[in-house]
Design a protein around this ligand. Structure first.
Ligand SMILES: NC(=O)c1ccc[n+]([C@@H]2O[C@H](COP(=O)([O-])OP(=O)(O)OC[C@H]3O[C@@H](n4cnc5c(N)ncnc54)[C@H](OP(=O)(O)O)[C@@H]3O)[C@@H](O)[C@H]2O)c1
Length: 342
């Protein structure tokens, strides 16, 4: 079977996805009798390209298509979805554009149009999951297509697919996690003696924090992840502003030292649980003792503990996240979609 792909966004994740598809071509073909053909690529500023015969992977990565590209307009992005050839065979929109945490748009519109056009809808972007999970899931069900988003939380780690595939008849009661790797690295660097400012600068120098790092240090990224997980695992319907959110700006070197003396560590902890019929969702720094599993989370490591009514507690630990791992989450979703596992 051949699955045609329309890539919405060709940044870190999109480029890694193309390389992963190339690297795993023979295995995917042998194990699942499946191949991929990229028939459309859209970017924010670097043009939009459609080729029903398939876009050459090396040319896509080199960016040698400017002469054939349509202008980067919103209308053309939607046109790409409509015209990428979904009517002739199986196809998927792979949505990898930047997050809009206030509305989830335009990504939400792209995914909705893809499902309405008979395509599977796969995304690495948390925005449309936070703002459109119920709507897009219902639409996907109605259309008999997949709406999958494994790459949105903990990169490619199989958290959501594990919940979907491996926890039948199970209720998730609560979760607790360290889900933002930038703040965890900042706290680790402060434990090694750096000031808050030096630690933030380091995360910017190595390219994991943005020029404006407030998305991470004020807890917004963590709050968005709490929303994705609360809405999917706990059946809630919350938005980032519903999360009780405190970032790490107020953590001083003195607080770090005091915690170390007590054999404790500061971690930015995300929690959510139902209490008396109301979901409480929180992101806040927590002083964790040495017997807490989060005590040993160094650098960019993330972890989540999920309490269920069948397995009691399940813990997943992710070390050294990379865009290549995020791309694996997308590939896993594409294979699941093609196999009808959704
Ligand atoms: N990096 C990771 O490891 C990671 C992990 C988990 C989730 N994610 C999520 O995955 C998505 C992609 O991340 P990334 O690191 O690849 O981002 P990125 O490097 O910033 O790339 C974003 C891509 O989207 C394009 N774009 C911008 N506006 C667009 C629009 N309106 N429609 C279509 N494309 C548009 C950009 O084009 P131009 O360059 O031409 O502007 C660029 O090709 C984001 O939502 C991110 O939050 C990333």
């Amino acid at each position: 079977m051949e699955l045609k792909l329309c890539l919405m966004g060709l940044g870190n994740v999109g480029r890694e996805l193309i390389q992963l598809i190339e690297r795993k071509r023979d295995e995917v073909q042998a194990q699942y009798d499946l191949s991929f053909k990229i028939v459309g690529i859209a970017t924010g500023r670097h043009g939009i390209l459609i080729d029903p015969n398939g876009i050459d992977h090396a040319a896509a990565l080199d960016g040698h298509w400017a002469d054939r590209a349509w202008p980067s307009t919103e209308e053309n992005r939607l046109k790409m979805i409509r015209e990428c050839g979904a009517d002739a065979g199986a196809s998927a929109l792979v949505e990898m554009s930047p997050i809009n945490r206030e509305t989830g748009r335009p990504a939400l519109d792209y995914l909705e149009l893809a499902l309405n056009s008979g395509m599977h809808a796969i995304t690495a972007n948390k925005g449309p999951v936070v703002h459109g999970y119920r709507h897009l899931s219902a639409l996907a069900k109605q259309q008999g297509k997949a709406f999958l988003f494994e790459a949105t939380v903990m990169d490619g780690f199989p958290l959501l697919n594990l919940y979907r595939e491996c926890l039948p008849a199970t209720h998730v009661l609560s979760f607790r996690g360290v889900l933002n790797s930038t703040t965890n690295l900042i706290l680790t660097l402060m434990e090694e003696g750096k000031s808050f400012e030096e630690a933030v600068q380091h995360t910017q120098d190595i390219g994991i924090a943005e020029t404006d790092p407030s998305n991470d240090i004020d807890g917004w990224d963590a709050a968005v992840k709490v929303c994705v997980l609360s809405n999917v695992l706990l059946g809630a319907d919350i938005r980032p502003q519903d999360v009780d959110r405190t970032g790490i700006r107020a953590i001083t070197p003195e607080m770090i030292k005091a915690a170390q003396l007590a054999r404790h560590k500061w971690r930015l902890v995300c929690t959510a649980e139902w209490v008396d019929g109301r979901l409480t969702a929180k992101v806040a720094p927590e002083e964790v003792p040495a017997n807490d599993p989060f005590f040993r989370l160094y650098g960019t490591t993330s972890a989540i503990q999920i309490k269920t009514d069948t397995l009691n507690q399940l813990t997943l630990l992710e070390t050294a996240p990379t865009p290549a791992q995020t791309a694996f989450g997308v590939l896993a979703d594409l294979i699941a979609a093609a196999r009808g596992h959704f």
